[in-house]
Ligand binder design. Structure first.
Ligand code: T5A
Ligand code: NA
Length: 204
């Protein structure tokens, strides 16, 4: 059984992660590849409901407490994610631990402290960074409703994301037309499947 791929979308707020991750899962399904869409925070769990209350500014939490809740919200999904990947399902994930670190570090929490609770989580095979300048994101529908959607803060978050990138990341120009972005994501995804195939044939 070939393991599924773990494909992650990251980016600043309103960069189009949900739009593109949804389209990718649909396209994979259409081409007969089993794929599942996951989104963090998962606001449906007990922990997720606490996170939602914080984001929508209905409740207050310290920076440290909300950071740990975001991490716990990933840990509670881990067993299912591992089982899915092992059974050959590709996971397309909308935000993950890099968001956790970027947003909390942008609040000036210590970078190493921010990374610690996520150590041991499954790592993504590929990361697509949806890159948009916060000034362009601010023009999109619904911007400014949640706690972090403020210009100066988003600029800081974007810098933190860039500081965490390695060769598994691709920076995608998220200010382009959604169809064009989707086509680019498909090219990058096909390349990731091909690489997995090549890696497997070289060890067997
Ligand atoms: N957070 C998250 C942490 O602090 N720590 C953590 O550990 C985690 C996981 C909520 C907040 O939580 C923070 C980060 C966030 O501030 P969320 O639930 O992912 O995280 O936030 P959402 O509000 O759901 O999502 P975003 O605001 O990030 O938006 P998306 O998903 O990037 O963008 P999307 O696809 O919903 O599109 C936004 C708008 O733009 C349009 C869409 O139609 C929509 O109206 N759009 C485009 N317009 C023009 N051109 C394009 N190419 C477009 N693509 C989409
Ligand atoms: Na979203």
């Amino acid at each position: 059984m070939t393991r599924g791929l773990f494909i992650l979308f990251e980016g600043c707020d309103r960069s189009g992660k949900t739009t593109q991750s949804t389209r990718l899962v649909q396209a994979l399904d259409d081409s007969g590849i089993k794929a599942k869409l996951l989104k963090f925070p998962d606001r449906t769990t007990a922990i997720g409901k606490m996170i939602d209350g914080y984001l929508t500014q209905k409740s207050k939490l310290s920076d440290e407490a909300i950071h740990l809740l975001f991490s716990a919200n990933r840990w509670e999904a881990m067993n299912q994610m591992r089982a899915d990947l092992e059974s050959g399902i590709t996971l397309v994930v909308d935000r993950y631990a890099f968001s956790g670190v970027a947003f909390s570090a942008a609040k000036k929490l210590d970078f190493k402290w921010c990374k610690a609770p996520d150590v041991g989580l499954l790592a993504p095979d590929r990361v697509f960074f949806m890159d948009i300048h916060p000034d362009d994101a601010a023009k999109r529908d619904g911007y400014g409703e949640e706690i972090y959607e403020k210009r100066e803060f988003q600029i800081e978050v974007r810098v933190k994301f860039f500081s965490m990138m390695d060769s598994s990341w691709s920076v995608v120009d998220a200010n382009k037309d959604a169809d064009e972005i989707h086509r680019q994501i498909m090219v990058l995804t096909k390349r990731a499947f091909k690489k997995q195939e090549e890696d497997q044939s070289s060890i067997s």
